[in-house]
Design a protein around this ligand. Structure first.
Ligand code: PMP
Length: 407
């Protein structure tokens, strides 16, 4: 994407035009949550203003219109991740709920003492804690693939740890803390060769690169709408139809049943089986608008743009004395975690904020990964479609100020 295109894209995001602490806002925390383009804000507002009603329930026009707009988003998601079938798209609250759903409904019933679930050392807490919950409850064991010094995965160790006791593999496509892009296709193929089902956590891949879940070969994939430029509180679980059809519901309630009596309830088919209760109707519609916005920019262009920025920012940051980048894998998305001599990440974040530069500081919901690198926290700059060179320049000059204050 040419730099002028990125500058034009910024105009689509109203918040980016607002000054922050008297400065131009350099928003460098898209890995936590992306800002929203006007089309997303409009889609959600229009739903409430023009055609909102509860879905799947009413014969009246408004309800039908709402239902149609909500259901149409399954088609958008199907296209966005190249899913074979709309019935495989389950709307959830986000990646966290998607992983919990798979852990409880698909994996837990299969686990017993001695069985293993395999994850990696670079998982977000959302892909650790649900597996601890199901392994602890069933006497199974959680096995972890170690991370190399450069922030890549030890794929040889992954191979070794895939064994006849492994019942499920769940790993992150792209690390939210390091930006590492894992060799997902290869890792999934290794598991599938042993008939072990795989969930790929796509929270950080869906917003930043073209994703073809059929080419990847996983059994489940998930992402969060708020990171793909849509609203918070909505997300997607994709699962192979035959697996979803064989799974019990995650939650019970309205909208997920065929018939209910006190003697016996028959569940609806997927995806309705997994969407109990009134969903975030306008949120799902907004998420669809966010995905269509990304399609309009083109995911290949998004990825190329973020790579250019990553190279530029990495060079600039490497040149700063006393700054160390954590995570230097050859395949990365636009995420740079770093620490500085003498300055605590929280101080870095606070000083940058005074310059209008928003970065995330802390453990990024990856405490075991922080422990692996021997740091309690990092500062993290992360990019999105609207990030431009000026944002990196503001970061660099802010960091020079930090250095002066602490050196
Ligand atoms: N996995 C990864 C890699 C993430 O980055 C995140 C969000 N930071 C999650 C899972 C959880 O997503 P959410 O909080 O939207 O459910």
């Amino acid at each position: 994407m040419a730099n002028n295109v990125a500058h034009r894209i910024r105009d689509d995001f109203p918040i980016l035009g607002k000054p922050m602490n008297g400065h131009r806002l350099a928003f460098l925390d898209s890995a936590a949550s992306a800002q929203k383009p006007q089309v997303v804000i409009d889609a959600e507002r229009e739903c409430y203003e023009s055609y909102y009603a509860n879905i799947h329930r009413g014969v009246y026009s408004l309800s039908q219109q709402s239902t149609q707009a909500y259901e149409a988003v399954r088609g958008v998601v199907k296209r966005f991740i190249n899913a074979p079938d709309e019935r495989e798209i389950v709307f959830v609250r986000g990646a966290t709920e998607a992983i919990n759903l798979v852990a409880q409904s698909f994996v837990r019933p299969k686990l017993g003492p001695g069985d293993e679930v395999l994850i990696t050392g670079m998982e977000h807490h959302a892909n650790i804690v649900p597996w601890q919950m199901v392994t602890e409850a069933t006497g199974a064991k959680l096995v972890v693939v170690p991370v190399n010094d450069d922030g890549t995965l030890d794929v040889a160790a992954y191979r070794e740890r895939l064994n006849e006791r492994t019942r499920f593999v769940s790993f992150v496509h792209v690390s939210n803390t390091l930006g590492t892009v894992n060799p997902a296709e290869e890792m999934i193929a290794l598991a599938k060769a042993k008939s072990i089902p795989v969930l790929l956590d796509g929270a950080q891949s869906a917003p930043h690169m073209p994703v073809d879940i059929q080419a990847l070969g996983a059994d489940f994939y998930c992402f969060s709408g708020h990171k793909t430029y849509g609203p918070s509180g909505v997300g997607v679980l994709w699962g192979r139809l035959e697996l979803l059809e064989a799974m019990p519901p995650y939650q019970g309630g309205g909208d997920m049943i065929r018939t209910v009596s006190f003697e016996k309830t028959e569940y609806a088919e997927p995806p309705q089986r997994f969407e109990a209760g009134t969903p975030n109707i306008a949120g799902v519609i907004g998420m669809g608008a966010g995905l269509e916005y990304l399609e309009g920019v083109g995911m290949a262009a998004v990825a190329a743009h973020e790579q250019t920025l990553l190279s530029y920012a990495t060079e600039q940051l490497k040149a700063l004395p006393g700054l160390k980048i954590i995570g230097t894998a050859p395949q990365k998305t636009g995420v740079i975690s770093f620490v500085m001599e003498d300055a605590h990440p929280h101080d870095i974040g606070t000083i940058l904020d005074m310059d209008g530069v928003a970065v995330r500081t802390g453990h990024h919901c990856t405490q075991p990964l922080m422990a692996r690198f021997g740091v309690p926290a990092t500062a993290r700059a992360s990019f999105g479609v609207y990030t431009v060179g000026d944002d990196i320049d503001a970061l660099v000059s802010g960091l020079k100020r930090v250095r002066k204050m602490f050196a």
